[in-house]
Structures are given as structure tokens and as C-alpha cells.
Design a protein around this ligand. Structure first.
Ligand SMILES: Nc1nc2c(ncn2[C@@H]2O[C@H](COP(=O)(O)OP(=O)(O)OP(=O)(O)O)[C@@H](O)[C@H]2O)c(=O)[nH]1
Length: 637
């Protein structure tokens, strides 16, 4: 017998994937995903364990106890893991979010109740899980998937095929509007596809701090293999830390070469499972539909492992996917519900605007009254079009919505003011101590050879303190996509022997992304050194400034006691550190908060002059010696 994947074995044995993962955990067998393969010995051991459990189950069935209450009275058909089939009726499939233990049990199968994440999962026996109260658990939600890939590799066709076969056809006369997302019903539950260009899901939306996609499908045409935008798509998915599945499309073409794609994927550090890695590669044809069911099943399996949950009863929050202004209807915004439930009539706040939902439609264009997690809805009711990636919250009433908006306006103004006034404190400059700093880079060069050479040098520059992350390394001039990636990941774009176009430079400027071009490799390396240094924690040392003798104490009605002093050595500066000694004892350490010459505030006073020193301390006495010093950054080699 050859190796078998975990999910295939689960299907063969009629048990839940999580059940198998629990057994593997208890056996100490490591796996990366449900599509990891198992060897023959492990399969035999699993079968023995399950047989043992079945026997024990039969015995306990004879003498039922409290944990068996959920077992069906009649033997049920094996529906726990239906084989993917285009013929399966969508309505028969329990929605993933409707997870309560309503699924019929097979003899060993766990109910379709929410499962704990496999890594965190103690090996709880199936029947114990069945007896746990499901009410305390946050229900599962449907996965949100985005499809990305190189131009013409078939993203739109694949989405269209899924939409055509998996979305209930609209009633005649109904108008289906483009809302940027749709829901597919599969034999494994609901899957939500975002059909805005994948880049947007990962750049515009992520740049605003929201993450809308749970899983990325990277489409690669089997006759073309890895292309520049494939690399970009992979980099985006990796930067967003979402699991990715590779769909090798166009396998119906005679020149299709799936094996070549698999080999090429390894150059992106994506090692297909067949080669011992953990990248799921699914051959499909958007034209004939071959493999599409498998792809949907892999999406569901990945979602199951991700253990995606959201509370429909929790506080509502969502993300704007897209918005447009309709001449007749007004502002139409597509919002992905992430938490809680949104209702017609609710007040929503987005950015510095709010609105009351006048009407809501689902992705089929049907009017709906409410929507729960992982549901894309088109909302009518905003007065201004919100931007993609904006977070949407609800407010109790109009008054509360206004208050939230007013608070945000204030906050923005304060932040703007602060940016103008900002002076860095030592803590700001130094940041948290002892952390490994990361320098994110996007690398563009003229040839594969240059890319590899630069990457080789960069690898040697890493240290315990600084990690260099090359988010994307590609051949050719940087693209706007690179800039968006760099902006989200706070990366610097380094170009070697390639020239960025004017439009790319403009976007980089707008997004405040550093874009630097080099013709000499050592200059590029010098820049990397500078970036590394910029990331090193600066070292400061205290440097002596001067000394003053307190000759009289001046009582000031507002500023307290001021030390009328004579600078005997060096100089004094405002904001310098101050140390006061009386005899041999240090009586005060603080800051020179003010310096005066006669009635004027001054920044600095030199040796030989008299001045008033305000220490923001009232106990200064005649005869005290004040010493001033300042913190200076030490240049590191
Ligand atoms: N033979 C074959 N052709 C396909 C398949 N999928 C897509 N195509 C064709 O490939 C071309 C590009 O497909 P699209 O779906 O527009 O590709 P895309 O990736 O969405 O392209 P952009 O939106 O331009 O980035 C079209 O002519 C499709 O008909 C497939 O599975 N088999």
C-alpha cells in the first residue's frame, strides 16, 4: 500500500478529520495539515485504535450511560464525510457556521460540533466532545477566500465556474449586481469568495489594518507555470500569514505540465506534499470543471484546521470590501461581516462617517434583514462612500454614532498636532530593549543571477539582533503591487540594475515607501548596512556640560524657587540633566526646565555668566553646586 493522506483515510474510515488528528497527536506522529501523508504502519495503528474504540462503543451501547444521549436511535447513513461530488445538493450540507451537533453520527464519527484547534487539542475522546455543552463555544464561521495569480492564468474563469455551479441561479428578472464577493454552497458548507482582485484584498485592505481573507488560492496556469505575478501573489499571502493553496489551472490543455509547476513551486519555497512538503497543489480546469470539487474540499479542510470562529451574538464588526455611488440608490458599500450580526436599521460607523442601514442585500441581490459572520452584504445608508479596508462598527443609536465620529475626529487632530510637535524621548528612540529587529525588503534585479547573488550576501548579514526579511525577490522593475506590499509590510524596495517607472515612483512617494535604485552592488549592500544600523538600538552616553554655583535663591510666584547661579565651567543648556550637590551629598537629580538671563528665557548660558536656573525643585539653597550633562548618541562601528 502506498502512502495515504490524512483526509482520505478519514473519509475511507468514515471518521472526522479531527478525530484522526487527535489520534495522531496521541501517537506523537507529526503532521502539517490534513493533507499530510501517513505511512502504512501508522495507518494500521490508527485502524487498530478505531477498532478498539468501536468495540468499547458497542459494549457501552449495550449499557448506555449519560454520554450517549446524543447517539441516534436509528443507525444513520454515513454522512460525516461525503465525497466531493457535483451532484450533492447544497441544501443537504450543513452550513459550517451552523455547527451545533445536528449532523447524524456514523458509528465512530464525531458530531459536526465545533472542534478545538488541533494543536491545542488535548486528546479528548469523541464521545466526551459530544457531551460537552456546545452553547459555551463560539461557533465556526465560513472561510473567506481570495483568488490571486498571474494575469490570464484563469482567476476570473475559476471564480465564474464556482459561481455558476455553486451559487443558486437568480430568479428571472432579478438583477444580480457586482458586490465584490459571493457565497458558494459546497458539500462541506459555505465558502465565501472575494472577487475583487486578490491584490486589493491583501494590500488596500491590509494596509488599513484589516485582514479579510482567511485562505489564498494561487492560480497557476499549467501551460505557463510560475510567472512574476505568481511570485507577488505568494509574497502577499505569506506577508498576510494566511494559508495558501495552489490551483494548477488549465489542465485540459494538451501542453499542460502539472509536474513542471510543482517543481517550479519549490523555487518559491513552496514544496508540494508529493515532494514531502506541506503545500497543497490541486490540478483544476476552470473550463471543464475538473478538480474544482477537490479544490473546494481542500479549502474546507484548510478552514477546518484554521478553526475559524466568530460569535454571531457578539458585538458587530465588519470590513468594507468595496463601495460605489449609484446614481439612483446612493452609496452602496459591500461589507464583510466579521463578528456579530448586522440588521437593517442599525447605525454603522465607518471612519469619520456614520449612516443608518436603509436596506441590505446579500451577494445574490436578495433583500435581507440581518447578516451574521462571514457574510458579504451590500449596505445602503452611508452618505459618503467608505474606502476598501475601512472597519465598520455599529452604534446603539444616532447620538452614540455621532459621539464615536466626534471622538475619531478629535483623535485624528491630536495625532496630527502631535506629529508636528513630536520630540522623541529616549524611550521612543530606544524602543523595547533586547528584541530581535526585523528589516523588511523587497528586492528587484535585472537577472535571476543578480537576485541570487544579493540574497546570498543578505543571508550573511543577518545577526542575532537583526533579521532581514526578503518579502519578495523578483526580476524586472518594481510594480505598484510591490509598493503596496512594501507599504503594508513597512519594507524598503531595493532595485539593482532596474529602473522603476515614474508611476511606481509616484505611488511609492504617496505611500511613503522607500524605493532605492543601485547600479553597483556594493552601494546596495551599503544601503542594507545602513538599514541594519538604523535598526540597531542606539547607544547613548552621558556627556558633561558644565558647572554652576548657586549664589542666591529667587522666589518666583509661578515657577517656584529659581537658583540664581554663576556658571563656573562649561555651559548650561535648557533640558539638560541636572545634579545638585550640597557639600559631598547629591541632593537632587532632574532636569534644567528653564534658563533665564535677566528676564529673558534662553537656551544656553556659557561660563562666566550669571543666570537663573529653574530645576522644578523648590529646595535649592545658596552654595549648592549644580552640574549639567546631556545624553549623546554614540556612533557605533
Ligand atoms: N483551456 C482553458 N482555458 C482557460 C482555463 N481557465 C481560463 N482559461 C482561459 O484563459 C484566459 C484567461 O482567463 P481569465 O479567467 O480571464 O484569467 P485571469 O487570471 O482572470 O486574467 P486577468 O483577470 O486578466 O488577470 C481566457 O481566455 C480563459 O478562457 C482553463 O481551465 N482551460
Amino acid at each position: 500500500m502506498s502512502k495515504i493522506r490524512i483526509y482520505s483515510l478519514a473519509k475511507d474510515l468514515g471518521v472526522d478529520n479531527h478525530k484522526l488528528l487527535e489520534i495522531l497527536d496521541s501517537l506523537g506522529v507529526s503532521y502539517k495539515s490534513v493533507s499530510s501523508t501517513l505511512d502504512e504502519d501508522t495507518v494500521e495503528t490508527i485502524k487498530e485504535i478505531l477498532a478498539g474504540e468501536a468495540e468499547a462503543g458497542t459494549a457501552s451501547a449495550a449499557a448506555p450511560d449519560a454520554t450517549d444521549v446524543q447517539a441516534p436511535a436509528q443507525p444513520a447513513p454515513a454522512t460525516a464525510a461525503p465525497a466531493p461530488s457535483a451532484a450533492s445538493t447544497p441544501s443537504a450540507a450543513p452550513a459550517q457556521s451552523a455547527a451545533p451537533a445536528t449532523a447524524t453520527l456514523t458509528q465512530n464519527a464525531a458530531p459536526a460540533a465545533p472542534h478545538p484547534a488541533p494543536s491545542a487539542a488535548p486528546a479528548v475522546a469523541t464521545q466526551e466532545v459530544a457531551s460537552l455543552p456546545t452553547t459555551v463555544e463560539i461557533p465556526h464561521r465560513a472561510p473567506v477566500v481570495t483568488i490571486m495569480g498571474h494575469v490570464d492564468h484563469g482567476k476570473t474563469s475559476l471564480l465564474d465556474y464556482i459561481r455558476k455551479t455553486k451559487v443558486a441561479a437568480k430568479e428571472a428578472g432579478g438583477i444580480t449586481q457586482h458586490v465584490g464577493a459571493f457565497e458558494a454552497k459546497t458539500s462541506k458548507g459555505r465558502i465565501v469568495f472575494i472577487d475583487t482582485p486578490g491584490h486589493e484584498a491583501f494590500t488596500t485592505i491590509r494596509a488599513r489594518g484589516a485582514n479579510v481573507a482567511d485562505i489564498a488560492i494561487i492560480v497557476v496556469a499549467a501551460d505557463d507555470s510560475i510567472m512574476p505575478q505568481t511570485r507577488e501573489a505568494v509574497a502577499h499571502a505569506q506577508a498576510a500569514k494566511v494559508p495558501l493553496i495552489v490551483a494548477v489551472n488549465k489542465i485540459d490543455l494538451p501542453q499542460a505540465d502539472v509536474e513542471r509547476v510543482k517543481t517550479d513551486l519549490t523555487t518559491l519555497n513552496l514544496v508540494p506534499e508529493e515532494y514531502g512538503g506541506d503545500t497543497v497543489v490541486v490540478p483544476v480546469s476552470a473550463k471543464t470543471g475538473e478538480g474544482v470539487e477537490d479544490l473546494l474540499e481542500y479549502i474546507s479542510l484548510t478552514a477546518e484546521l484554521e478553526d475559524l470562529r466568530a460569535d454571531p451574538k457578539g458585538e458587530f464588526s465588519g470590513v468594507v470590501i468595496e463601495s460605489r455611488v449609484d446614481k439612483q440608490a446612493g452609496v452602496l458599500a459591500t461589507v464583510m461581516v466579521q463578528q456579530g450580526t448586522v440588521h437593517v436599521g442599525d447605525f454603522l460607523v465607518v471612519g469619520e462617517n456614520y449612516g443608518k442601514i436603509k436596506a441590505m442585500t446579500d451577494s445574490n441581490g436578495e433583500r435581507i434583514k440581518s447578516a451574521g459572520p462571514s457574510t458579504p452584504v451590500q449596505v445602503l445608508g452611508f452618505s459618503d462612500a467608505p474606502s476598501s479596508g475601512d472597519t465598520v462598527k455599529s452604534a446603539k443609536n444616532e447620538h452614540a454614532a455621532r459621539e464615536v465620529v466626534a471622538g475619531r475626529v478629535d483623535q485624528r487632530r491630536d495625532a496630527e498636532d502631535a506629529r508636528v510637535r513630536r520630540k522623541l524621548s529616549l524611550d521612543d528612540i530606544m524602543g523595547p530593549l533586547g528584541e530581535v529587529r526585523e528589516v523588511n525588503l523587497v528586492l528587484r534585479a535585472d537577472t535571476q543571477g543578480s537576485v541570487e547573488a544579493i540574497q546570498g550576501i543578505l543571508a550573511k548579514k543577518q545577526s542575532d539582533d537583526v533579521k532581514l526579511n526578503v518579502m519578495l525577490a523578483g526580476i524586472g522593475a518594481p510594480t505598484e503591487g510591490d509598493v503596496l506590499l512594501a507599504s503594508t509590510a513597512e519594507a524598503t524596495i531595493l532595485c539593482f540594475s532596474v529602473t522603476p517607472s515614474g508611476s511606481v515612483k509616484k505611488v511609492a512617494d504617496q505611500k511613503a515607501v522607500e524605493l532605492k535604485s543601485f547600479r553597483i552592488i556594493y552601494e546596495l549592500i551599503d544601503e542594507v548596512d545602513r538599514l541594519i544600523k538604523g535598526n540597531l538600538e542606539p547607544v547613548f552616553e552621558e556627556r558633561y556640560l558644565g558647572r554652576a554655583e548657586v549664589r542666591m535663591v529667587i522666589r518666583h510666584p509661578k515657577n517656584g524657587n529659581i537658583a540664581g547661579s554663576y556658571i563656573t565651567d562649561g555651559s548650561f543648556k535648557r533640558n539638560a540633566k541636572a545634579k545638585v550637590t550640597r557639600g559631598r551629598t547629591v541632593v537632587y537629580e532632574g532636569t534644567v526646565v528653564g534658563l533665564k538671563r535677566f528676564k529673558d528665557d534662553v537656551r544656553e548660558v556659557q561660563q562666566g555668566y550669571e543666570c537663573g536656573i529653574n530645576l522644578d525643585w523648590n529646595d535649592v539653597q545658596e552654595g549648592d553646586i549644580i552640574e549639567a550633562s546631556e545624553m549623546v548618541e554614540v556612533q557605533q562601528a
